[in-house]
Design a protein around this ligand. Structure first.
Ligand code: ADP
Ligand code: MG
Length: 429
C-alpha cells in the first residue's frame, strides 16, 4: 500500500516574500541597559517570570524539569547585584481564578532557594496584606516570590483593580516570562503602565534576538514544520505562516483535519471539525503564495491509543474505520528529510506523532535528527513548544539546535509577525 504513495506537494512559483518588519523587538529597553543608567538600590522590581514547571504526575509535588526556574536566574541575580528588592511573580497551571493548593508555587520557592543559595520566601498571595507585608520586609538584594497570579480571575482578564493591586509591589517592571508574552494578562502586560520603568529581562531579550532574526531577515529557503495536538490553536498560525515561509510541513495530530478537507476518511484519528474550513483555505493559499506545502502521504495507524497497540502503515486514502493515526509513515519521513535538505532556516513546533509511545516516535525523532544534522552545515534550526522541546531533549539533540525556545505559542506568534502584548507594553530604548 505504501509503495503507491507519492509525496503530496502543492506548489506554485514563489512570488515576492511578504514580511512585517518586527523592529519593535529590538527597540525595547532591557534590564541590562536600565541598570547601566538607573540606580536600582532600594527600588522594588516586580519580575514576571515563567515558573510554570512540570510536576510529577504522582501528586508528590516533585518538579520534573526545572529549566524554567533556571531560566529566570540571570535576571534575578543581575537585579540582586544591582541592589534591587526583587519581587518575583508567575502563573502556575490553570487554577481558573480560584485558589487551588495543588497549584501553589511552594515547590518552586523551595527549588529557587536551592538554586540561589538563599531563602526565597513565598508570600501566601500575590496581592493583599500578606503580599504587601512580604514586600515591605525586603532588604536590598533580597528576593520574595508571590503566590500563583492565576489564583485571581483578574489576572487573565487583565482587570484594572487587580492590575493596580499587583503593580503596587514594584517601582520597576521586568518581564522575563517569554512563554507568556503573547498573553495580555495583568502580570504580563497590565502592570507596565503603573511603573517608572518597564523592561525586558535577559531570557526575553535572548529569545527576541534569536527569533526576530528569523522573522526579519531569515536565511532562505525557510521551512516551518508544524505538528502536535492543538489543532485549533495552531491551524490559524499555519495560515499566517504561509506568507512567511517558503516551505511548510504539516505533521502530528494536525494532518487529519487536512485529510477531511481533502475528502479522505480518518477513522478515529484526532480531528477538529470546525477547523476543516481553515485547512481547506491553507491548501488553497499554498498555491496562491507559492509556498511548498508538504502533507504526509502515509500514516501509522493503531487499534488503540496505547504504547502496545497493534499498528500498521497505510496510505492516507486507506485509513481504516476504527483505527487511529498516531505517527507519520516512512514515505512521509523521507519526503520531509528531502524537503529540508536545501533549507537555510527551519522552525519546528509540534511533534509529528505520539512520541511518548516509542513505536509512534519515529516521525518526531526523524525530524529532530534531520534538523540536528543541518545545524553544523550552517542552517538555523529553531525548536519551540513544550512537547517538541521535550522530544528533542529526550533524543539528546538539544545542543544540536541553533535555538531552543522556552515559549511555544509566543515563538509562533512572533514568527507570524504578531504584536506580543508582553513586549509591546515595555519601554522603548
Ligand atoms: P507543543 O507542546 O510542542 O507545542 P502540542 O502541545 O501541540 O505541541 O502537541 C503535543 C502532543 O501532540 C504530544 O503529546 C503528542 O502526543 C500529540 N500528538 C502528536 N501527534 C498526534 C496524533 N497523531 N494524534 C494525537 N496526538 C498527537
Ligand atoms: Mg504542548
Amino acid at each position: 500500500m505504501l509503495a503507491t504513495c507519492t509525496t503530496l506537494r502543492l506548489a506554485a512559483p514563489r512570488s515576492a516574500a511578504r514580511f512585517h518588519a518586527c523592529s519593535f523587538v529590538q527597540a525595547k529597553e532591557t534590564v541590562e541597559s536600565l541598570t547601566s543608567r538607573v540606580d536600582l538600590r532600594g527600588k522594588r522590581v516586580l519580575v514576571r517570570a515563567d515558573l510554570n514547571v512540570p510536576l510529577a504526575k504522582d501528586g508528590s509535588l516533585t518538579i520534573t524539569d526545572d529549566t524554567r526556574i533556571r531560566g529566570c536566574l540571570p535576571t534575578v541575580q543581575h537585579l540582586q547585584n544591582a541592589g534591587a528588592k526583587v519581587v518575583l511573580c508567575s502563573h502556575f497551571g490553570k487554577p481558573k481564578g480560584e485558589v487551588d493548593p495543588a497549584l501553589s508555587l511552594a515547590p518552586v520557592s523551595a527549588r529557587l532557594s536551592e538554586l540561589l543559595g538563599q531563602e526565597v520566601p513565598l508570600a501566601a498571595d500575590c496581592v493583599g496584606a500578606d503580599a504587601d507585608a512580604a514586600v515591605a520586609a525586603l532588604q536590598d538584594g533580597q528576593v520574595v516570590l508571590l503566590e500563583n497570579t492565576r489564583f485571581h480571575k483578574g489576572e487573565t482578564k487583565n482587570e484594572p483593580g487587580f492590575v493596580a493591586e499587583l503593580a503596587k509591589h514594584g517601582d520597576v517592571f521586568v518581564n522575563d516570562a517569554f512563554g507568556a508574552v503573547h498573553r495580555a494578562h495583568a502580570s504580563t502586560a497590565g502592570v507596565a503602565a503603573h511603573m517608572e520603568h518597564s523592561v525586558a529581562g535577559f531570557l526575553v531579550e535572548k529569545e527576541l534576538k534569536f527569533l526576530s532574526g528569523a522573522v526579519d531577515e531569515p536565511a532562505r529557503p525557510m521551512a516551518a514544520v508544524i505538528g502536535g495536538a492543538k489543532v485549533s490553536t495552531k491551524l490559524p498560525v499555519v495560515e499566517s505562516l504561509m506568507a512567511k515561509c517558503d516551505k511548510l510541513v504539516i505533521g502530528g495530530g494536525m494532518i487529519f483535519t487536512f485529510y477531511l478537507a481533502m475528502g479522505h476518511s480518518v477513522g478515529d484519528s484526532l480531528v477538529e471539525l470546525e477547523q476543516v474550513e481553515i485547512a481547506r483555505r491553507v491548501i488553497d493559499m499554498a498555491a496562491e503564495t507559492g509556498t511548498e506545502l508538504l502533507l504526509p502521504t502515509d500514516v501509522v495507524v493503531a487499534d488503540a491509543f496505547a504504547a502496545d497497540a497493534a499498528s500498521k502503515v497505510v496510505g492516507i486514502d486507506a485509513i481504516p474505520d476504527g483505527m487511529i493515526g498516531l505517527d507519520i509513515g516512512p514515505d512521509s519521513i523521507a519526503a520531509i528529510e528531502a524537503m529540508l535538505q536545501d533549507c537555510q532556516t527551519v522552525v519546528w513546533n509540534g511533534p509529528m506523532g505520539v512520541f511518548e509511545f516509542e513505536q509512534f516516535a519515529k516521525g518526531t525523532m526523524a525530524v529532530a535528527e534531520c534538523m540536528g544534522a543541518l545545524t553544523p552545515k550552517g542552517v538555523t534550526t529553531i525548536v519551540g513548544g513544550g512537547d517538541s522541546v521535550a522530544a528533542v531533549q529526550k533524543a539528546g539533540l538539544g545542543s544540536q539546535m541553533s535555538h531552543i525556545s522556552t515559549g511555544g505559542g509566543a515563538s509562533l506568534e512572533l514568527l507570524e509577525g504578531k504584536v506580543l502584548p508582553g513586549i509591546d507594553c515595555l519601554d522603548e530604548q
